[in-house]
Design a protein around this ligand. Sequence first.
Ligand SMILES: Cc1ncc(COP(=O)(O)O)c(C=O)c1O
Length: 384
Amino acid sequence: MRHVAQTSAAPLALEIVKAEGSGLYDANGKEYIDLIGGISVANVGHRHPRVIEAIKKQIDAYLHIMVYGEFVETPQVQYAKLLTDHLPPSLNSVYFTNSGAEAVEGAMKLAKRVTNRTRIVAFNNSYHGSTQGALSIMGSEYWRNAFRPLLPGILHCYYDSFEALEEIREQTACIIAETVQAEAGIIAPSAKWMQALRKKCSETGTLLIFDEIQTGFGRTGKLWGFEHFDIVPDILLLGKALGGGMPLGAFIADKKLMDAFTDNPVLGHITTFGGHPVCCAAGMAAMKVLLEEKIIDSVKKKEELFLSLLSHPKIKAIRSFGLWLAVEFESSEINKKIINDCIAKGVLTDWFLFAPECLRISPSLTISEKEIKKSCQVILDAIC
Ligand SMILES: Cc1ncc(COP(=O)(O)O)c(C=O)c1O
């Protein structure tokens, strides 16, 4: 507490010494079922053997060798190919970053550079990261205010609101939206609104950016969240599960757009460690596990199991979208007490940034039925 900077006066301060699958083990040998998966990171479970093997293989070859983009680093090339093979044809060029927020920053810059416009539309209750550009588009004045001045030209609108579409004009460089709002407590938009959003962006030459940093990699029951809405963004943002447990982010667009970074100025976006070879090797192994072991096929059934088990008069509502649930209680105080009880009884859960009255369930997609049943029983016991 003295030497490691803290972001809260009361951190959980669990000391985890080992993680495997959906299990976390603390320094006293206590086991926890992890219902949050590192906040939507461990989609194939913690330390999947194929991810560990890929990391070991890469560290035997090389670690960091050169800043991003100058050398041919095979893990980057292979992972970019795998990602784009599973994306629509227009999302064919991958810029790897270190984190989700850096992917957001890069995409905002790309949109300004390509459109030669400066206005950006974002949404209330959206979370896109903590750096200054990402913070500027964060959808809550409470979290933004202390850090002003932030970027000018940002307009925040209501998510899933047709009125918001009127704000997308010829001067708008881009609109940035989570495909399903995460920290708002799993808020899914209607397909009609998403399709109208796409149409308005195309009509005005505005780039549509989807933040799939939490929704990507099977979380919603499809590989990408946007597949639920039958539309394709101009720029896709990935992070979290992208690295298979290692730090990695990416923004993905058409090469015709991405090439804007190569000219006037050259080196339009640079990073030393972005696309680190060990992270790319780990992420690629995790994505292969996700696809080859058909893990996403089990998401719907597991979501339904959670929904069927979590029934209690004190639960006000449950919103879910895949293996991703927000369990709503009367107040944030009640929720925090339940969360603390769950942790004491060996189930790790959490709340949402903009919905502190909701308990977070975003486990590894590999969580077993037995683990789901056990953790739901612990939650129900904690409610009583
Ligand atoms: C939807 C979304 N976008 C962006 C980010 C920022 O990612 P990072 O924390 O890797 O910078 C997060 C992180 O929680 C997120 O949930």
